[in-house]
Design a protein around this ligand. Structure first.
Ligand code: 6PG
Length: 472
């Protein structure tokens, strides 16, 4: 009987596309899904020459694979992963590898690694980014876990991943659940950048009064320079899409309530948990929550009536400044996410190679951008950089844009255009670059009402004072 090199459980769009990508690259692969229709579609859709087989039962699937088996799961995160593992692990044999390619929570992966290890099986968490199209033509792939098991997958992963300068957008992300963690933070940064782009859109639309054709031109221009990125590129194209029900542009017919599947929220929760400041990501999560209060917002807008907007004096200059503000606040969002990875790596012993993270984010994934090239050279020079803002070349870039960020943040505030992402990016930058923050006063207050003690700037030790009450 012919044996297949890889197996894929879950033949939804992502699973099927990833499977075809693997087969396109010359690897044989068997697929399984509880939904037999999907199994049928898989075989029907396979191009001639692909070594692809759909299987009817999990038993058939498992016995069709070479040992050690290398099985990729592309099923929704949470209970479905545990359900598949419950059914499949009794059929596996020592040394087999199960790779979870979904957006699983890293602590779930830790639990599954331990559980499968007790059965002498390997379990790996592997982030995959790039959406449906990326899965088919070349995603960015973030695997973590057992290094020996990773070695067996490496040639296939390098073949199917996106390429930048002939280098594959995949690398080992570290021990345990590092692959899921890196993907989670990728998504947190994705939330922040999307929030910032939406604010730039609002400033150009309501501030400068640009229409969709003009917005298309602006985003096209931005995408052809230092702001070149996947998210700017798709935004450009969104402005050209006409609606099928009306004569309007589709973007204007879409209800302003943003959805979320949860990875952004996990990123914020994690940052709070291990003490890392990522306010632009936090605000992006909470802004989506706030957007859902549509009815209340309508009510409130009637009570408080929207502020009249003063158009910027020089439209061209304003557009340029909005671009610079977006560029810099995006850079600051990456800085926040990457600083979370630095701390998480220490905290959980992941040993995440930051240089490889930014290297493999340059292509295939949702947050790919040419800016990551600069980050790549920064981490190549200093792999232990605690914050990208500390790099010399990056600091020059920041200095060249900060004036525009301040100006645009000021314009938004003065005109009542909500710009939570831009404001927090600037606020983070100002706090991060301030030698003496006013929290000496917070320490004094804490000691005053709760004897929480404080440290001094002029001598070692911990101090408490019996503070003078003016009522005494
Ligand atoms: C990717 C994306 C993807 C994510 C969606 C939805 O890297 O391909 O990050 O993994 O699930 O973008 O995310 P939300 O529904 O939470 O916006």
């Amino acid at each position: 009987m012919e044996r297949y090199s890889y197996g894929m459980v879950g033949l939804g769009v992502m699973g099927r596309n990833l499977l075809y990508n693997i087969a396109d690259n010359g690897f044989s692969i068997a697929g399984f899904d509880l939904d037999q229709e999907k199994v049928k579609e898989l075989e029907e859709g396979a191009a001639s020459g692909m070594k692809v087989r759909g299987t009817d039962t999990l038993e058939d699937f498992v016995s069709a694979l070479e040992v050690p088996r290398k099985i990729i799961l592309m099923v929704p995160a949470g209970k479905p992963v545990d359900a598949v593992l419950g059914n499949i692990t009794p059929l596996l044999t020592e040394g087999d590898i199960v790779i979870d390619a979904g957006n699983s929570y890293f602590e779930d992966t830790n639990r599954r690694v331990a559980d499968l290890a007790s059965k002498k099986l390997h379990f790996m968490g592997m982030g995959v980014s790039g959406g449906e199209k990326g899965a088919r033509t070349g995603p960015s792939i973030m695997p973590g876990g057992d290094p020996e098991a990773f070695k067996l997958l490496k040639p296939m992963l390098e073949a199917i991943a996106a390429k930048v300068d002939n280098e594959a957008c995949t690398a080992y992300m570290g021990k345990g659940s590092a692959g899921n963690y890196v993907k989670m933070v990728h998504n947190g940064i994705e939330y922040a950048i999307m929030q910032l782009i939406s604010e730039a859109y609002d400033l150009l639309k309501r501030g400068a009064g640009l229409n969709n054709d003009q917005l298309y031109q602006v985003f096209k221009e931005w995408n052809s320079g230092e702001m070149n990125s996947f998210l700017i590129e798709i935004t450009r194209d969104i402005f050209t899409q006409k609606d099928t029900f009306t004569d309007n542009y589709l973007v204007d017919q879409i209800l302003d309530k943003a959805g979320a599947k949860g990875t952004g929220k996990w990123t914020s929760e994690q940052a709070m948990e291990i003490g890392v400041s990522i306010p632009t990501i936090d605000i992006a999560v909470t802004s989506r929550i706030l957007s859902a209060y549509k009815e209340e917002r309508v009510q409130a807008s009637e009570i408080y009536s929207e502020k009249e907007i003063t158009k910027p004096e020089h439209t061209e200059q304003f557009i340029k400044e909005v671009g610079d503000a977006l560029f810099l606040s995006t850079l600051i969002s990456y800085a926040q996410g990457l600083s979370l990875l630095v701390k998480a790596s220490e905290e959980y012993g992941f040993e995440i190679p930051l240089k490889d993270v930014v290297k493999i984010w340059r292509g295939g994934c949702i947050i790919r951008s040419v800016l990551l090239e600069k980050f790549y050279s920064a981490y190549t020079q200093d792999p232990n950089l605690s914050n990208i803002l500390l790099d010399k070349e990056i600091s020059e870039l920041v200095k060249s844009k900060i004036k525009a960020l301040r100006k645009i943040a000021g314009y938004a505030v003065a005109n009542g255009i909500s710009s939570l992402g831009i404001q927090t990016a600037l606020g983070y930058f100002d706090a991060y670059t301030t030698k003496s923050l006013p929290v000496n006063l917070i320490q004094a207050q804490r000691d005053y009402f709760g004897a929480h003690t404080y440290q001094r700037i002029d001598r070692e030790g911990v101090f408490h004072t019996s503070w003078q009450s003016s009522n005494n």
